[in-house]
Design a protein around this ligand. Structure first.
Ligand code: AMP
Ligand code: ZN
Length: 663
């Protein structure tokens, strides 16, 4: 046997053992034998570097170090899931589905794994990319780290599509988690809090050999791409399994919401015996065609629904109530609790939301309270155990003045939150606003973190985000622990942010209620900041999805002399305060005032492209037909009920070609 053949055969053998062990949980050789063979392969690979393969099983042990994880834009957005908590929620969901699709609906029930979501890309059977969910639009490239996870196949088996993506969850099973913690405690280190955070933290370790030491697993649940030759979610799971992925066996195909409920009831108990954490069930419409018909809301697919298991509860004592000031000046009361174990984490604090909440619960310092925690949600106080209340207890008096700057708080008509109105003089507001400005979804300033912002403000180097653009290296160097290199990075990071597109700058300004989506809408509609700053209330609320509250907040922001000055300075520094020529060129107003429903399969453009075209030309896309629909664009295999509805309401049904003609 030649060296090359020997290398190939060892790789194949080790790959098969890996698969048996980590995917099938069924090992056929001892760990010792496995290690010997791995060593043998390593030696051969070192001797014959010409046969290098980036997907060799030897690379599972890691070693490559990533300094900065690059950002990768997801080819297909990674959505969130809508949540349901009861049978009624699920029945409502089914009613909405039945309005939009024809025929029988089957559902795939899966467990909701609680870890870090991941998108893997395979090309020609090899893993080429592993990207975290990030904000759903783009995430971090963690390929090197993911390759160390033994249940992630580096080379697929059987038949596979040329190129596809597969979504899954990286989890840390309890056994491995506990073992890691035992080691840490032994080494005198603080134990990790819970498997989920440890799993997602692991993905961002710089040294992949550290990741390799962690017993992470990758559970897969959805194939994405073109020409996958599958027509249902359930087939997708089977196909993924046949290619060598670890697909949990719990998944079940059912025919009704009643059967979905059986699945939920069963797993609400059985989950306690699983090797990893689950926080619920995910129910998906099985037919991919029906999934397409249903489409997505701004955040989540309409064809999937998470069902959250009831959260665990404990009781503990409320030691104190403190108050936090957010970047918008909103005051949040925080309950400081006697530390207590809950769902695998130690809970010390819980949000009390606002003064109404405190009144409603009649919660008092010294009370014994019930705390609940579900999945990601910050612990919540559900109720007070009145039977344990001390006679000496006193009603909680809400603060009247800002705990940071002592300004008297205000509470607007109809609002639940108290605010500190000292916009320009209240430290946490100033710091918070700049921290928001530099954050990843906003100006994404590299080389500058939240703590440095606080330091810069407290040292008096900056007072608002425009000041960032006037910072000099020499000013920054004297700061705590700031090396020359980091100071230079900070300054060049600030300079680079001048390329950030207008809609993100608008979001970065931190106007109350102007989140990412609203910023996009405003940018698209008004095209530049000057237009937004002089827009009237009526002009603002005329924009899709902009309501009274947002409009009032925008007007208030621009009515401040101070804000206007800051924006003038940003403009002078070259920050983008208008849409780029390219963005403008791709936009027309041809379809303004028209609402389209898109249904069926198309040929010259995909359904998503059609929707984009509609929006870029000023039209609106809606998912269901109503009297407000202007046109129904019909593709092949469109559901007959949609057609009937359109005919009944006299809505013109057009083809994709008719539509393209319009443009
Ligand atoms: P949420 O973060 O609560 O919006 O829930 C959405 C997340 O659930 C997704 O990003 C996935 O990471 C995760 N998830 C876990 N298990 C599944 C599953 N079986 N199907 C789809 N998503 C899942
Ligand atoms: Zn204040």
């Amino acid at each position: 046997m030649s060296a090359e053949q020997k290398i190939q055969s060892l790789r194949k053998e080790l790959r098969d053992h890996n698969y048996n062990y980590y995917v099938l949980d069924n090992s056929t050789i001892s760990d010792y034998e496995f290690d010997i063979k791995l060593k043998e392969l390593q030696i051969l690979e070192e001797k014959y570097p010409e046969f290098y393969d980036e997907n060799s099983p030897t690379l599972r042990v890691g070693g490559e170090v990533t300094k900065n994880f690059s950002t990768i834009v997801h080819e297909y957005r990674m959505y969130s899931l809508d949540n349901s908590y009861s049978k009624e929620d699920l029945l409502d969901w089914e009613t909405r589905i039945k309005k939009q699709v024809d025929g029988e609906v089957q559902y795939t029930c899966e467990l909701k794994y609680d870890g870090a979501s991941m998108s893997l890309t395979y090309e020609k059977g090899k893993l080429t990319k592993a990207v975290t969910r990030g904000d759903g639009f783009q995430g971090d490239n963690v390929t090197t780290n993911i390759k160390t996870i033994r249940s992630v196949p580096l080379q697929l088996k059987g038949e596979y599509p040329q190129k596809f993506h597969i979504r899954g969850e990286i989890v840390l099973p309890f056994v491995g988690f506990n073992k890691m913690n035992e080691d840490r405690i032994e080494a005198g280190e603080e134990p990790y809090r819970n498997p989920r955070n440890t799993a997602s933290g692991s993905l961002k370790l710089q040294d992949s050999s550290e990741v390799a030491k962690r017993p992470l697993e990758c559970l897969l649940y959805s194939l994405i791409g073109n020409n996958l030759k599958i027509s249902t979610q359930f087939e997708g799971l089977k196909k993924a399994h046949s290619m060598g992925f670890k697909v949990p066996k719990a998944a079940k195909l059912v025919n009704s919401i009643d059967e979905v409920l059986d699945f939920i009831v069963y797993w609400d108990q059985a989950r306690h015996d699983l090797p990893y954490e689950t926080d619920g069930v995910v129910i998906k419409v099985n037919s991919l065609f029906q999934q397409e018909e249903l489409g997505y809301t701004a955040k989540a697919p309409r064809w999937a629904m998470a069902y959250k298991f009831k959260a665990e509860q404990v009781s503990t004592r409320l030691n104190d109530i403190t108050y936090q000031v957010g970047r918008t000046g909103a005051i949040t009361p925080v309950a400081n609790l006697e530390p207590v174990e809950l769902a695998g984490t130690t809970v010390k604090r819980a949000s009390l939301h606002n003064s109404d909440q405190i009144e409603k619960l009649d919660i008092r310092v010294g009370d014994e309270v019930f705390v609940e925690k579900g999945g990601e949600i910050i612990p919540k106080i559900i109720a007070v155990d009145i039977s344990k209340r001390l006679e000496s207890s006193e009603r909680t008096k809400y603060i009247t003045h800002c705990p940071e700057c002592h300004t008297e708080l205000v509470r607007a008509e109809g609002e639940a939150q108290h605010y500190c109105p000292n916009y320009n003089g209240c430290n946490p507001q100033i710091v918070g606003r700049i921290q928001h400005f530099i954050s990843r979804k906003a100006m994404d300033i590299e080389g500058l973190g939240g703590e440095t912002v606080a330091l810069l403000v407290n040292e008096g180097l900056i007072h608002n985000y425009a000041d960032l653009y006037e910072l000099k290296v020499e000013q920054v160097i004297p700061l705590d622990r700031m090396a020359e290199k980091s100071a230079e990075n900070l300054i060049s990071g600030v300079a680079a942010s001048k390329q950030i597109p207008f809609e993100r700058v608008l979001f970065a300004l931190g106007i109350r209620y102007v989140g990412e989506t609203v910023a996009k809408k405003l940018a698209k509609h008004f095209k530049n900041i000057a237009a937004i700053s002089i827009a009237t209330f009526e002009e603002l609320i005329a924009v899709d999805e902009i309501g009274d509250r947002i409009a009032a907040s925008v007007i208030e922001f621009f009515s401040s002399e101070e804000n206007r000055l800051i924006i003038e300075r940003l403009e002078a520094f070259g920050v983008r305060l208008e849409l780029s020529d390219e963005q403008l060129a791709n936009q027309t107003t041809t379809l303004v005032g028209s609402t389209f429903v898109v249904s069926g399969v198309f040929h010259s453009v995909s359904r998503d492209e059609l929707k984009k075209l509609i929006e870029n030309n000023g039209g609106k896309v809606s998912s269901s037909i109503s009297s407000k629909t202007t046109y129904l664009i019909a593709g092949d295999k469109m559901g007959p009920s949609k057609r009937a509805k359109a005919e009944q309401l006299n809505i013109p049904i057009i083809t994709e070609n008719d539509f393209l003609q319009m443009l």
